[in-house]
Design a protein around this ligand. Structure first.
Ligand SMILES: C[S@@+](CC[C@H](N)C(=O)[O-])C[C@H]1O[C@@H](n2cnc3c(N)ncnc32)[C@H](O)[C@@H]1O
Length: 211
């Protein structure tokens, strides 16, 4: 069991502090390690909404013997800075680049069909309104809790390489059966891990392209 990477949050900027949802994603990635090594063998890894950066750094540490580059995005400038610093603290910053952008807008054109591993712990809580500030970006998922993820999903088939895989956190109230069905025309989806995380019942979903 690899420990959670060291990190240091800034006071300013409301960067998401790693929590049970983050740790569920780390556990799922570790559980999938054999598959990631043998089938995916990543060259390019992307994390959307990287927050503190512990997930990106964890992947670097977990697959340290495989040479790949990591790109991380976040809409919150302070999160991008924190992600880079977490990579630095853990001595993996040479292979981690961070960009402030909406979802994957800064990388979609250049990385078409090249992303081997994509991860996202999105804002998934159902809320009347979408995020109005940086702190709400961490959780506000709009009416279904899926509004942010639903904007990313159409990009996934174009971004993933043929062996590429996408892991995403979902909340029970997001309607996981509907999520798996909704994207079934272009992606195969399955549940790789699920458990109670405090008062939330969370899932890690895995999507791959239909070839
Ligand atoms: C639940 S937090 C997860 C943070 C970190 N990945 C983790 O697991 O601890 C969601 C993150 O997504 C970012 N985010 C929200 N909407 C975004 C968007 N449209 N584009 C990029 N990042 C976004 C937030 O700023 C926040 O850092």
């Amino acid at each position: 069991m690899l420990p959670t990477p060291d990190y240091k949050l800034e006071k300013e900027g409301d960067v998401y502090s790693p929590a049970e949802d983050t740790f569920l994603l780390l556990d799922a990635i570790e559980q999938e390690m054999k598959f990631l090594r043998s089938t995916v063998n990543p060259k390019i890894v992307v994390e959307v909404g990287s927050g503190s950066g512990v997930v990106t750094t964890f992947i670097q540490q977990l697959l340290a013997d495989i040479p790949f580059i990591s790109l991380a995005t976040d809409l919150n400038f302070y999160a991008t800075r924190c992600t880079k610093r977490t990579a630095e603290i853990n001595k993996v910053s040479e292979t981690v680049d961070v960009v402030q952008c909406d979802l994957v807008s800064a990388i979609t054109k250049r990385l078409q069909g090249n992303v081997d591993l994509l991860v996202f712990n999105p804002p998934y809580v159902p809320t009347e309104e979408l995020a109005q500030n940086q702190s709400e970006l961490c959780f506000a998922g709009g009416e279904t809790g899926r509004c942010v993820l639903d904007r990313l999903m159409p990009h996934i088939p174009n971004l993933l390489s043929s062996q590429g895989v996408f892991y995403v956190i979902a909340l029970k109230q997001n309607n996981v059966p509907e999520m798996l069905k909704k994207y079934a025309n272009f992606l195969t989806g399955s549940i790789v891990l699920e458990r109670w995380c405090g008062i939330e019942y969370l899932y890690v979903l895995k999507f791959q392209r239909i070839l």
